[in-house]
Ligand binder design. Structure first.
Ligand code: SF4
Ligand code: SF4
Length: 358
């Protein structure tokens, strides 16, 4: 059994920073304080179609039942805001362009963080001997917001994301479950105060209470997780957001001085920080798979991608005094080619121009 001293904890922190994480904190496995709020969120239907969220029952609050023998959880955070990209305000204010959530512009973070967590475990093992562990990155059975809060990585903001006083909220989280009792860190106090900027700015009013997001209204869920038709009421508010939404983070005062990513893996690829919508809509499936190789975007698949872009094109048509003919032609060209679902979204998009004319 590894001797779990404060020196060892400090050594693990040093290695984590050397490996490319921006922080590492430690907590125990008692997440019982979060159970009631989560069950209420599920009961209200706020998880939308993410049925997998409930699949592990209360295991997400009892890590030692998910991975027997777990005594501590190391939570790491890693900044992802890509440097040298087009300003979000410019992209969101230019209807010909598509807005992609800043976290998705570089390499798939699941792979990056999992590799680094594995390296961290290897270093501990090589130096201090064998131990039991399991790495998780954005994994359904792990309540990572609670772990990040409990270990002092940050507090859960009213938009439900974790905020760090020095770094803001543009970071990924990952966890290493371990089977020895490393000294734990303290939680930090919340600092949202009386601010409600994220609640006010949300285009679809998805933040229904402090720290509670109704996924069924959230553009991130609708454009990434949901494979259903985008509900009509949210299509105009979506604007040109074609993959995720960052509005609640962009407005957050704690992100004014947020750190940028230094990891080259998170640099924006293929000009996707400010892509031309018509070019994206012209991609065939092969091009989609090729351009998004190694990126999280690829997970949604080509059809969902086109669905999202077609809505943005509809909003482009709705924004112009006279409809650009090439947009109408591009939409008509795709009709009947891919799926009934895409045709329904194309029809809606074309109607935005007609509605305006009428
Ligand atoms: S991601 Fe966008 S839609 Fe979702 S809660 Fe934040 S501002 Fe609202
Ligand atoms: S915008 Fe304001 S209320 Fe929302 S998370 Fe940031 S500080 Fe908290």
């Amino acid at each position: 059994m590894i001797e779990a001293t404060a020196e060892l904890r400090q050594q693990i922190h040093t290695w984590a920073i050397e490996l490319g994480f921006d922080d590492l904190r430690v907590c125990d496995t008692d997440l019982s304080a979060y159970e009631a709020g989560y069950l209420e969120w599920m009961a209200q239907g706020h998880a939308g179609g993410m049925a997998y969220m409930g699949a592990h029952g209360l295991k997400r609050f009892r890590p030692e039942t998910l991975i027997p023998g777990t005594q501590r959880i190391l939570t790491v955070r890693k900044n992802y805001l890509p440097p040298d990209v087009a300003g979000p305000a410019h992209v969101l204010g230019t209807p010909d362009l598509g807005y992609i959530s800043r976290y998705a512009l570089g390499r798939d973070y699941h792979k990056v963080l999992r590799n680094q967590l594995q390296k961290l475990a290897d270093r501990i093992q090589d130096t201090f001997g064998p131990f039991g562990y399991r790495a998780f990155v954005d994994s359904a059975p792990v309540y990572e917001t609670g772990l990040a809060e409990k270990s002092g990585i940050g507090w859960k903001g009213k938009h439900s994301l974790v905020i760090n006083r020095e770094a803001g909220s543009w970071f990924f989280l990952g966890e290493l479950f371990i089977d020895f009792p490393l000294p734990i860190d303290k939680p930090v106090t919340p600092h949202c105060g009386s601010c409600t900027a994220c609640i006010t700015i949300c285009p679809t009013q998805a933040i229904v209470a402090d720290g509670v997001v109704d996924a069924r209204r959230c553009i991130s869920y609708l454009t990434i997780e949901s494979d259903e038709d985008i509900p009509i009421e949210f299509r105009v508010p979506m604007g040109n957001r074609i993959y995720g939404c960052d509005d609640c983070q962009l407005v957050c005062p704690w992100n004014r001085f947020a750190s940028q990513a230094v990891d080259p893996d998170f640099r924006a690829r293929h000009g996707l920080d400010a892509p031309d919508l018509l070019s994206l809509f012209a991609w065939d499936e092969h091009t989609f798979l090729q351009r998004t190789e190694g990126m999280a975007i690829r997970r949604i698949g080509w059809q969902r991608w086109l669905r999202n872009v077609s809505i943005a094109l509809g909003n482009l048509l709705g924004s112009r005094p006279s409809a650009p003919q090439k947009v109408i032609e591009a939409l008509n060209l795709r009709r009947g080619q891919v799926s009934d679902q895409l045709d329904r979204h194309i029809d809606w998009a074309l109607a935005q121009s007609e509605e305006k004319a009428g």
